[in-house]
Ligand binder design. Structure first.
Ligand SMILES: [Zn+2]
Length: 147
């Protein structure tokens, strides 16, 4: 009567039903059921094959990666997370590169107004060291790259 939109499908279970059952893991697209973290098509007509896929090493690994990614995003937005050395270094280098490109003397990094701006408005801005350290550590490296 009302369920005419699926009447042409011979199966009793539609991919959509599985999507509803595992909304974070499965999604339906074009009548096929996809495992979101693995990005592959899952056979959905038998429930056992979905459950079997959930137990594969690949799927478990992807699920772990996905939840780790979500946790990390939350941590970064919620708190002043301990910064990784790599991102701190990148921040310093891009700061020096930016100052160099727009002709801002690096000494302006020590200006109280600039400090406040960096600390309050720029993500990782507090990672930028004082002028002398910046000059010693990074000007050479940036010049090398720009050439
Ligand atoms: Zn999977």
């Amino acid at each position: 009567m009302c369920n005419s939109n699926v009447s042409h499908l011979p199966t009793k279970i539609a991919a959509k039903d599985h999507e509803k059952q595992f909304p974070d893991v499965l999604h339906e697209s074009g009548g096929k059921l996809f495992c979101t973290p693995c990005n592959i098509v899952v056979e959905y007509k038998r429930k056992s094959s979905i459950e079997k896929h959930f137990t594969t090493a690949k799927h478990i690994k992807r699920m772990a990666e996905m939840s780790r990614l979500q946790t990390r995003q939350t941590t970064l937005t919620e708190a002043v997370a301990p910064r990784s050395v790599a991102s701190t270094e990148r921040m310093k280098v891009s700061w020096v590169a930016t100052c160099t490109a727009v002709n801002i003397p690096l000494s302006k990094s020590d200006h109280p107004a600039m400090r406040r701006f960096l600390k309050e408005k720029v993500i990782n801005g507090g990672a930028i060291p004082g002028f002398h350290q910046l000059q010693e550590m990074h000007v050479g490296a940036v010049y090398e790259k720009e050439k």
